[in-house]
Design a protein around this ligand. Structure first.
Ligand SMILES: Nc1ncnc2c1ncn2[C@@H]1O[C@H](COP(=O)(O)OP(=O)(O)OP(=O)(O)O)[C@@H](O)[C@H]1O
Length: 447
């Protein structure tokens, strides 16, 4: 669509910002509307179908989490003809810009903007709308890597999958434990049945039992309907118990009973049901913690770890880094409709030398960030969020307040991780944030 025919909506509570944008855009596009608050959006959308929305993310004084903007973005994306959304974010709020792009914004602008850049961004959004981005092919489940350890891993999976043995997958956060579990399921005789994943670290202790085993109507105050547990729902298939190390001891006892008897009793029921599931579990607990009876019941461990698959950290297979970078850069270039760009030699060097404490997940997020933020002809190390080399830092710049806040946040996250020996679910609980939010913080701070 040509910009001159476009209909633009500016959604920003700052009257000066909305006025400046309207004044500028009016000379270039067919129609510009403005709204001050997302609450006005539903009524506005009853009579208008904007092509492009310039969307602010915070609508109350002191609000910085972008929740209101993200909610409006979801509302816009759910329309039958969704407009292209350009996120308006505060300068330096890179994390929010990235989050907006992940949630479906096609681009972002930092305030105060450069007028030429605003017009160019609106032009691109119009073009993008005419030629909607193709869906990303489902390449999510491939366990990539050519290192000897990865070839060995794939052989082991091929060997073990067809057996009925329970499998325990060990490895640091983000190494691909869930991918291994899915591969075991896909290559097993259970492949035509469900694969159900349950994150034991994310479930509140009070609902754990009902999640696993189900409940009858009236079994507890909120049990208004009968509900099948995951064991029953995964019948004939594979139940993936992620972060099994976070399972509290009382729940471990119940899980053990279910595995020994091959039956589960829903809460409030007087009869047990036979269940047929294969258990694949995963944990990032170190060996000594896993073998500490105060943390994990040895009899349950014995049931779960018939076969142990250890997934190597990325720093022990650095040769796979170029392959993973090429894969994820291509993936996100397609997703965000960005032209392919080469990786600067120095950037490749840096990325290969980096220790990747968050493993493949962190590398993947770094690629997404580079595709979204990279501006030059080539990807450079900075696009991936890697700090400049120590030798190239001439003098420390004066720290603005936001950086001090950043440093405090980084220290708090690092201390929490230390305290729980790298256990993401526990660290998230300690910090009072979700696992997803903690992953974003780990990315942001390169932890
Ligand atoms: N070998 C690999 N090839 C391709 N992608 C991978 C590989 N390993 C991990 N990934 C990607 O990294 C991300 C994290 O993978 P996954 O969730 O399987 O890790 P995990 O070890 O289970 O993490 P956690 O311990 O946090 O639960 C996913 O996006 C996954 O697709």
């Amino acid at each position: 669509m040509s910009p001159s025919a476009a209909h633009i909506l500016v959604l920003d509570d700052d009257a000066d910002v909305a006025y400046a944008a309207t004044l500028l855009l009016r000379r270039h596009v067919a129609r510009v509307d403005s709204l001050a608050h997302p609450a006005d959006l539903p009524r506005y959308l009853q009579g208008a179908t904007p092509d492009v929305v310039l969307l602010d993310f915070n609508f109350a004084p002191g609000q910085t989490d972008g929740a209101a903007g993200l909610a409006a973005l979801r509302q816009l994306r759910a329309l039958p003809q969704p407009p292209a959304v350009i996120a308006l974010t505060a300068y330096a709020d890179v994390a929010l810009a990235v989050e907006a792009m992940k949630a479906g914004a096609c681009d972002f602008l930092t305030k105060p903007w450069d007028n030429a850049r605003l017009l160019a961004t609106v032009d691109q959004a119009c073009a993008r709308r005419a030629d909607a981005a193709p869906a990303v092919p489902g390449d999510e489940d491939a366990l990539m890597g050519d290192a000897p350890s990865m070839r060995h891993l794939r052989n082991l999976i091929a060997h073990v999958a067809p057996t009925e043995a329970n499998v325990m997958v060990l490895g640091e956060n983000g190494v691909g434990k869930e991918l291994v579990a899915r591969a075991v399921h896909r290559q097993s005789r259970r492949a035509a049945h469900p694969f159900l994943a349950l994150d034991m670290g994310a479930l509140p202790e009070a609902t754990l039992e009902s999640e696993l085993f189900g409940h009858r109507k009236g079994a507890f105050t909120d049990a208004r309907h009968e509900r099948a547990g995951r064991f029953q729902a995964a019948s004939g298939g594979t139940l993936f118990l992620d972060e099994i190390g976070n399972l509290p001891l009382p729940a471990q006892a119940k899980l053990l009973t279910a595995l020994e008897r091959r039956e589960v009793t829903p809460l409030g029921a007087d009869r047990a049901h036979a269940v047929d599931v294969r258990i694949v579990s995963a944990t990032n607990l170190a060996d000594d913690a896993l073998h500490d009876p105060a943390v994990f019941r040895p009899d349950l461990l014995f049931r779960l770890n018939t076969i142990v698959i250890q997934v190597p950290p990325l720093r022990e297979r650095r040769g796979d880094i170029p392959l993973l970078l090429a894969h994820y850069l291509a993936h996100y270039q397609r997703q965000y409709g960005r032209a392919p760009r080469p990786l600067a030699d120095d950037a490749l060097d840096r990325l290969q030398q980096h220790d990747w404490p968050g493993n493949v997940r962190a590398l993947r997020h770094a690629c997404e960030r580079a595709v979204i933020l990279g501006q030059g002809d080539q990807y450079v190390a900075n696009d991936f969020g890697l700090a400049p080399r120590a030798s190239s830092v001439v003098a420390p710049p004066a720290e603005p307040a936001s950086l001090k806040l950043d440093a405090l946040e980084r220290d708090a996250v690092a201390a929490a991780l230390d305290q729980v020996q790298g256990n993401i679910s526990r660290a998230a609980r300690l910090l009072g944030v979700s696992r997803a939010a903690l992953y974003r913080k780990l990315d942001k701070h390169g932890l």
